[in-house]
Ligand binder design. Structure first.
Ligand SMILES: Nc1ncnc2c1ncn2[C@@H]1O[C@H](COP(=O)(O)OP(=O)(O)OP(=O)(O)O)[C@@H](O)[C@H]1O
Ligand SMILES: [Mg+2]
Length: 189
């Protein structure tokens, strides 16, 4: 299935509907068979659906054309067993717009994760990352817009963290990713 179109056409939103549908159909098949999914993480179909908040946090940003513009392309494979049971998935990604990490045009923002980390969702996170200054102090992510109308970065951070949890990322793995983001912010100074 090839989903194309100009920025803002609806590729991301409609791809999510397709994946949710395929995961649901695969899960219905799965329910008929004995499941040995570990309890701590989400089920396989939950994990596949929950790849999206993480990919969007790290790879989507506000542009003048779309408040949630994907700045990379991706090829998603869903794997099904011969009986139609959902068996896994993998994603290849292409052409992440790296320049946005350090530079934003007027009316645009850097990748959502920078503002999510600064939102204070986890009150101790900024302290742990030594991000104690105001967002506008960090030059790499504050050259244009800092907020998006109708988007609550604090809530979005909760959604990102929940997605990490369901996919089975542990605290150290998440912290390492956040440290990377914070490292970039510190390097701008
Ligand atoms: N099926 C849909 N239902 C409701 N809203 C939609 C739908 N498709 C698109 N939209 C609206 O259009 C906006 C842009 O859609 P989307 O992010 O999917 O575009 P895109 O094609 O992925 O763009 P880009 O190339 O910039 O990533 C969404 O944030 C949403 O507001
Ligand atoms: Mg998109």
């Amino acid at each position: 299935m090839l989903i194309t179109g100009e920025s803002g056409a609806g590729k991301t939103e409609n791809t999510k509907k397709v994946i949710a549908y395929l995961a649901l159909v695969g899960a219905m098949q799965q329910a008929n068979e004995k499941s040995d999914v570990p309890k701590k993480r989400g089920t396989l179909e939950e994990q596949i659906v929950q790849t999206n908040p993480v990919l969007e946090a790290f790879g989507n940003a506000k542009t003048v054309r779309n408040n949630n513009s994907s700045r990379f392309g991706k090829f998603i494979r869903s794997h099904f067993s011969a009986s139609g049971k959902l068996a896994g998935g993998d994603i290849d990604h292409y052409l992440l717009e790296k320049s946005r990490v350090v530079r934003q045009a007027p009316g645009e923002r850097c990748y959502h994760i920078f503002y999510q980390i600064m939102s204070g969702w986890d009150p101790k996170l900024r302290d742990k990352l030594k991000l104690n200054n105001d967002l506008k102090y960090y030059h790499f992510c504050s050259q244009a817009e800092l907020t998006i109308d109708g988007v609550n970065d604090k809530e979005e951070m909760g959604i990102t963290q929940t997605a990490f949890d369901i996919m089975g990322f542990d605290e150290v793995e998440c912290m390492n990713l956040y440290k990377n983001v914070a490292g970039i912010m510190h390097m701008g100074e």
